[in-house]
Design a protein around this ligand. Structure first.
Ligand code: UGA
Length: 444
């Protein structure tokens, strides 16, 4: 099939490349000339494992192209996917749909043959209805058929999630659209037809938001259980393992941490709450999840501050991990990006290291920060090392803690991802502070 994907962010680029890998002819379009020029020379705008190889391979084999020119491409397409950004908009959580609507306007004026327009961007429930109206009023309605095909990619695992989806949700109010979209996705669902879930557009839109909100609730739930563990002397990791053994619950989402971040959960929970309140159908559980996640930021800061008797003046901290999770270079709503300015405000100096996020972080943060090339440089003369992101580079098997012990000023490790076994750290002479587990003092 001939496919056009509009928008070369995470979702658009991964989907476009993925569909070309399945044998389709794909053109990815972006109005950002620099991104397209870079892609045409093989430079990928995001860090996403194995994406670069697939871009090069499919370009070479002639199935993948990049273009700035929407109008000259759309009338060759069987399916057009809209995958432009829908950032957090106004204060009350409403998503900013200006890019989505401007693409819809442009399509409505320029599409001249029967085409399916499918939404991949995460758009609030009801958006496709508005887009249908735009198509009806501004174009020959009969030739544009709409669908909602939400994406469930995780950053860092996006290629894998595209190629091996847990489900393919397709919403359309046109039966014939389903047969085309089923055909497009058939190689992904292989023998398990049940993975293709067919519904109407509004339901598909809500499945996306409800899924993300449910996972955000799960994370906030374990973070509150983690707080309780600290009070009663229980171990949150074992609580999560024990709960996760129940297949109805599952272990994913039960890792306590500094709070969920990224481009999806924070934005999508707020947008869903907004839709719910507009429809006078409040989602109190999601509201609570958001409020727990917000308070996580203050909690992370106070845990560090308390360790230093609430005097952070002239303290040096090694911050390990800047991105919102491992496997990505994305800093959006990252707990580190909130914590570092606060530590600086209270008089601390920072030594920061991240395997992927340093270049972007350097542009966003200022103050007494030394940008380091590795964990050892970030440990020099610090009062505590603070782990914020669970990079595999930070696994105990990949770190020489004995070397770190010779570099630091004070042997304190604060681990907001519970990456280590307390005894492994305390037996090397460090105090070890983690989440939802007892503080373990050095046994030196
Ligand atoms: C999330 C969803 O997992 C994807 O299914 C969805 O497609 C995507 O949003 C999206 O809407 O585009 P992503 O934001 O890439 O994916 O990252 P996750 O791996 O879900 O992690 C989100 C946040 O939750 C991170 O800050 C992570 O550290 C945190 N988290 C995750 C926890 O604190 N504990 C956990 O157990 C799991």
């Amino acid at each position: 099939m001939n496919i056009v994907v509009i928008g070369t962010g995470y979702v658009g680029l991964v989907s476009g490349v993925g569909f070309s890998e399945l044998g389709n002819n794909v053109v990815c379009i972006d109005k950002d000339e620099k991104i397209i020029d870079n892609l045409n020379t093989g430079i990928i705008p995001i860090f996403e494992p194995s994406l670069e190889d697939l871009v090069h391979k499919n370009m070479k084999e002639g199935r993948l192209r990049f273009s700035k020119d929407l109008i000259s491409e759309i009338n060759n397409a069987d399916i057009i996917f809209i995958a432009v950004g829908t950032p957090r908009g106004k204060e009350d959580g409403e998503a900013d749909l200006s890019s989505v609507f401007s693409v819809a306007e442009e399509l409505s004026k320029n599409i001249e043959k029967e085409t399916i327009v499918a939404m991949k961007s995460t758009v609030p429930v009801g958006t496709m209805k508005i887009i249908e109206k735009i198509f009806k009023t501004k174009s020959n309605n009969k030739i544009i058929k709409t669908a909602s095909v939400p994406e469930f990619l995780r950053e860092g695992l996006a290629v894998n999630d595209f190629m091996q989806p847990s489900r393919v949700i397709v919403g359309s109010n046109y039966p014939e659209v389903h047969s085309t979209l089923y055909e497009l996705h058939r190689p992904l669902i292989k023998s398990n037809k049940n993975l293709y879930f067919q519904t109407d557009t509004q339901t598909a839109e809500l499945i996306k938001y409800a899924s993300n909100a449910f996972l955000a609730v799960k994370i906030s739930f374990i973070n509150e259980i983690s707080n309780l563990c600290e009070k009663i002397g229980a171990n949150v990791e074992e609580v999560a393992d024990g709960m996760g053994l129940d297949k109805r619950i599952g272990r994913w989402g039960l890792s306590t941490g500094p709070g969920y971040g990224g481009s999806c959960f924070p934005k999508d929970t707020l947008a869903l709450i907004h839709t719910a309140s507009q429809n006078e159908s409040p989602l109190r559980i999601v509201e609570a999840a958001v409020s727990v996640n917000d308070s996580r930021k203050a909690f992370v800061f106070s845990k560090i501050s308390e360790e230093f008797n609430n005097d952070l003046r002239n303290k040096n901290f090694g911050i390990l991990g800047l991105t919102f999770k491992a496997g990505t270079d994305d800093l959006r709503d990252s707990p580190s990006m909130d914590l570092i300015p606060k530590l600086i405000e209270y008089g601390s100096n920072i030594r920061a290291y991240d395997p992927q996020g340093i270049d972007e972080a350097r542009k966003k943060l200022e103050g007494p920060i030394v940008w380091c090339k590795d964990i050892y440089e970030a440990s020099e003369n610090v009062d505590a090392i603070i782990f914020m992101t669970e990079w595999s580079e930070f696994d105990s098997k990949n770190i020489d803690f004995n070397r770190i012990a010779t570099l630091v000023k004070k042997k304190i490790i604060i681990d907001f991802r519970n990456m280590y076994k307390p005894y492994d750290i305390t037996s090397l002479g460090f105090d070890y502070i983690s989440l939802g587990r007892k503080v373990s003092r050095s046994i030196d």
